[in-house]
Design a protein around this ligand. Structure first.
Ligand code: LLP
Length: 411
């Protein structure tokens, strides 16, 4: 698997900004956006990576945005998005978003029936879209399956007629139907979603102008995985759009809402090997990044490809890559259930850089301060030019909101 930026630049940036370090190549994001231009609207799911510069770069490509918290909305606004380019998708209104919506208007995509009354009370608008749970879902892990009875997301498909009536009584216009059944969908599931979306669109036809097909487009995490057939995906959805338009006798806007597909492959998490050791038969490579920087392996048993620049093939043997945190789960090479999975990797030694691939999506955006480690720095590279887009967090940043009341009182 190719690294998204040249090794010389990786070395230079690691030297300049230290490790662990996230490096993103904006040009790769541009290519992924281009793949989806056949949709009327591309709406980036901000949760995948919310770095301000990255958002601004994506906005500049004419891509709109889906947000899931008031803070994601505020970030999007800071990145230059206008309120009309933002959609807020949620299954509940917390008090923060309610306060925001009373003062500003952002389109909302409602995932629960009770939100209808709550929305009218906010007096912020009359048009809403509905997120539907079609009764089935799919995902690379149970934890990211967003359809079916065991998912809290969306309005249950059988409730749609009643919810539409309820909206009508409240004077709300349902202008769109949205379905996102999970991350990592395949074509078999997609054909079921296409059917379910068509059915829902027909029920909500009165004021319908928009259909959002959600995100969930997969990326190849393993070197032997085939790239997603995005042309097939677009063609299928365009065919569905045509059928719906013919049935409804009007044109509709079809939106796609990818997170991972746009940003996963552009990113690397670069860390430094700090030591090697063997515990019985298991060989460990110890690096200075942990699950505070990338939680996907610990959380989902997710595979992230690993390469060691400058050490292509010498002395390959099964090795486990582990971080500095105080938990056995702090391992980048593990399967679901937390079983370590040694990986054939070349011989390495302290001081080598090690790259964890596909680290642009759900990596920095899911990072934490566990073990009081600072959030890592981020660099965005465009046409070979690198810019720091997040400084490494300082101890002062980390402590800035904490109050040591004992010390405060003794003064
Ligand atoms: N739209 C909605 C309403 C969503 O809930 C999501 C993801 C997306 C779009 C974008 O999905 P994507 O295209 O990125 O698959 N932390 C997990 C992924 C959780 C996704 C949650 N919702 C991971 O690291 O795999």
């Amino acid at each position: 698997m190719d690294r998204p930026v040249a090794d010389s630049l990786i070395n230079e940036l690691a030297e300049q900004y230290g490790t662990p370090l996230y490096i993103y190549n904006a040009n790769i994001i541009g290519e992924r956006i281009a793949d989806l231009r056949r949709f009327d609207v591309i709406r980036y799911a901000e949760k995948a990576n919310a770095n301000l510069s990255l958002l601004n770069w994506i906005r500049d490509q004419g891509v709109t945005i889906d947000t899931v918290s008031v803070w994601e909305i505020e970030r999007a606004l800071k990145a230059g998005y206008t309120a009309s380019e933002i959609v807020f998708t949620a299954d509940l209104f917390d008090h923060h978003i309610s306060k925001f919506l009373r003062e500003y208007h952002v389109h909302v995509n409602l995932g629960s029936p009770d939100m209808l009354e709550q929305y009218t009370q906010l007096k912020t608008g009359r048009e809403v879209t509905l997120r539907i749970n079609p009764g089935f879902g799919h995902g690379h892990d149970r934890k990211v399956n967003t359809g079916g009875e065991e998912s809290k997301h969306g309005i249950w498909h059988e409730s749609l007629p009643a919810v539409l009536k309820r909206a009508g009584k409240l004077g709300l216009k349902v202008t769109g139907i949205h379905m996102h059944i999970g991350s990592g969908s395949d074509f078999t599931h997609l054909s079921r979603v296409r059917e379910a979306i068509s059915k829902a669109a027909f029920m909500a036809k009165e004021h319908l102008t928009t259909i959002s097909v959600g995100g969930g487009l997969p990326v190849p995490y393993r070197p032997d995985e085939k790239p997603f057939d995005v042309a097939h995906y677009c063609a299928d959805w365009l065919a569905t759009k045509k059928t719906i338009e013919a049935e409804l006798g009007k044109s509709i806007n079809m939106e796609v809402e990818p997170g991972r597909y746009l940003v996963a492959e552009c990113g690397l998490l670069v860390c430094e090997v700090r030591g090697i050791k063997s515990s019985g038969a298991v060989n460990y490579i110890l690096v200075d990044a942990g699950f505070d920087n990338l939680i996907r392996p610990a959380m989902y048993g997710a595979y992230h490809h690993i390469t060691i620049p400058g050490r292509a093939s010498a002395g390959i043997k099964p090795q486990v890559v582990a971080g500095p945190l105080c938990e056995s789960a702090d391992v980048f090479t593990q399967t679901k259930g937390g079983y370590i999975e040694p990986r054939p990797l070349p011989e390495t030694q302290a001081g080598d850089l090690l790259c964890i691939h596909n680290a642009g999506a759900y990596t920095a955006s899911m990072a934490s301060n566990y073990n009081s480690r600072p959030l890592a720095a981020e660099v965005l590279v465009e046409n070979g030019a690198a810019r720091l887009v997040r400084q490494r967090q300082s101890l002062e940043d980390m402590l800035s909101n904490e109050i040591d009341y004992l010390q405060a009182n003794s003064r």
